[in-house]
Design a protein around this ligand. Structure first.
Ligand SMILES: Nc1ncnc2c1ncn2[C@@H]1O[C@H](COP(=O)(O)OP(=O)(O)O)[C@@H](O)[C@H]1O
Ligand SMILES: [Mg+2]
Length: 510
């Protein structure tokens, strides 16, 4: 017993180092390798969580990765360390108290960090946070970090050089070449447990022919996942055809799906193939399937069952080999109950459901998404905007009713509109988003009469707070920094409160 306890801890890191060396040797994507190496190391050190933060000079696809718990706080430590990172730096350990995700909660432990260094260049930092002593001697842990930091740093440096070389032939045309090298529209960003589970489901489902139903609120990435499923399948060389079932009136939808024969209806001057035929051997993505009319549902069900159909105005059955991926944000069970959606079609589609979580349910992914979009819009706008941690906190706390699509738009506006180099909380254009409901209503609500006055103290306090916020914003003409000053709070606190009470400053003015 004593033997295994003695040899295992020393063997463990050695084996893991070999694994990491293997990851690097067989790497196709430096960033995926980085992420996997981080996971491996966090695991071997029994750490609570870990993060990698890249310095500015590194390739700009994504800047931050994290795994485990307390990711935001660990990323934050990484950000603080990355500015001072030096090419000849070494791994260090220090005792630290990490602020918790909720006020008043802290975690005490040890932070191990190492620079990621290439040849004469600091590329970033890796931070590992352990609540208890690592299961290996501290010296061994630091030696491991030193080795991994250098291996990963050199790997990134090489990958970035390769990327630049590849981009060179176009470099004369425009800086757009740099953009092409750094932004990949197919990338699914997210390291939360929920997203990892989804990536796993995608891998599993991609190669079967089963119908897949993608569910989730608007903007959660259903189409992105549909494309990923296609790209990972054996059909990847064949067409991916998309049709939005909500966008077309019924008759048009029918001829779009099944095609039509010449003369089938006025205007059908020649025979036209429908999306089913166009997608033959490939994938047909039926978006917003929950909005399809009952009559179309019957027709679709028939094709799914019999795998053949006729063109509109035609009589010859056409059979195709198509993999169907459907998507909806509608509550299909509810629609079935109300008879807006056919139960038999529901079961046909519901073979492999994949449910995409809202952004609110995976806030830990927000920093990486922001980094990803920031890199993209910076490149598109030829800017070098960075984001302050206060602004990032505000973004992470926000509710994102429009999910990743809303976040993407927000970052784009932020990049276009912000004049300084570092985004402050007041530069984050959250209030322009979809959900600025009844501020006008708030402002116009008459003072409560004694009878209707809020019954509990917290409610009454909230009401007063909201009134004061509205007042201050009106006085300041909607300028948030001034309003915050008037109220004696920081702009960041003001930002939180505006979100909390769903107050949109813009609707208050004029
Ligand atoms: N996990 C993700 N990583 C990167 N981009 C994402 C992610 N999820 C969504 N997006 C982006 O957000 C936008 C909305 O995604 P989309 O797939 O159209 O959502 P949906 O079909 O669910 O409405 C797209 O620009 C998409 O590329
Ligand atoms: Mg969509």
């Amino acid at each position: 017993m004593a033997k295994s306890a003695g040899s295992e801890p020393l063997n463990g890191p050695m084996q893991r180092l070999e694994q990491i060396a293997h990851l690097v040797r067989s790497s196709r994507n430096a960033f995926t390798t980085l992420d996997r190496a981080l996971h491996t190391l966090t695991e071997v050190l029994g750490a609570r969580g870990g993060a990698i933060v890249l310095a500015d000079a590194s390739p700009k696809r994504q800047q931050e990765w994290a795994c485990g718990d307390d990711q935001r706080q660990i990323i934050q430590m990484g950000r603080e360390l990355v500015d001072g990172v030096e090419a000849h730096g070494e791994a260090t350990a220090r005792h630290t108290v990490l602020p918790g995700s909720r006020p008043g909660r802290t975690s005490e432990g040890m932070v191990l960090s190492t620079p990621l260094t290439g040849v004469q260049q600091a590329i970033g930092v890796m931070v590992i946070f352990c609540l208890k002593q690592p299961p290996v001697p501290l010296g061994t842990a630091l030696a491991c970090l030193n080795v991994v930091g250098t291996v990963l740093g050199c790997h990134l440096q090489t990958a970035s050089l390769q990327e630049r070389l590849k981009a060179q032939p176009d470099a004369t045309s425009d800086a757009a070449a740099g953009l092409a090298a750094s932004y990949n529209p197919d990338q699914i960003v997210g390291h939360s447990a929920r997203m990892k589970a989804i990536m796993h489901e995608i891998q599993q489902a991609a190669n079967s022919r089963s119908t897949i139903l993608l569910r989730g609120e608007s903007g959660t990435g259903k189409e992105l996942v549909a494309r990923a499923l296609h790209k990972l399948s054996a059909r990847r060389q064949q067409p991916f055809v998309k049709l939005n079932c909500a966008a077309l009136p019924e008759t048009l939808l029918e001829s779009e799906l099944f095609g039509h024969e010449k003369g089938a209806f006025t205007g059908a001057v020649k025979t036209r193939r429908g999306r089913f035929e166009l997608a033959d051997n490939g994938t047909l993505f039926l978006d917003e399937i929950g909005d399809m009319s009952l009559a179309m549902q019957v027709k679709l069900l028939r094709v799914l069952q019999e795998r053949n159909f006729e063109r509109v105005g035609g009589h010859r059955p056409i059979s195709v080999d198509v993999r169907i991926i459907a998507a909806t944000n509608v509550d299909l069970e509810e629609a079935v109950r109300h008879r807006h959606f056919r139960e038999d079609l529901y079961y046909r589609l519901h073979v492999v459901p994949i449910v995409l979580p809202s952004l609110r349910e995976r806030r830990e992914d927000i920093p990486s998404l922001v980094g990803y979009f920031l890199a993209r819009f910076n490149a598109e706008n030829r800017k070098h905007l960075k984001i302050s941690s206060a602004a990032m906190d505000l973004i992470v706390e926000y509710d994102w009713p429009g999910n990743v699509r809303e976040l993407e738009n927000c970052v784009e506006r932020m990049v276009v509109m912000t004049r300084r180099d570092i985004v402050a909380p007041e530069d984050v254009p959250l209030s322009m988003s979809l959900s600025p409901p009844p501020l006008a209503a708030v402002a116009e609500t008459p003072a409560p009469s004694p009878e209707t006055r809020s019954s509990t103290l917290p409610k009454a306090v909230a009401e007063i707070e909201r009134e004061r916020l509205v007042e201050a914003l009106q006085t300041s003409g909607g300028v948030q920094t001034r309003a915050a000053m008037l109220l004696g709070i920081t702009p960041r606190q003001l930002g939180y409160k505006l979100k909390k009470y769903r107050i949109a400053p813009k609707t208050l003015i004029g």
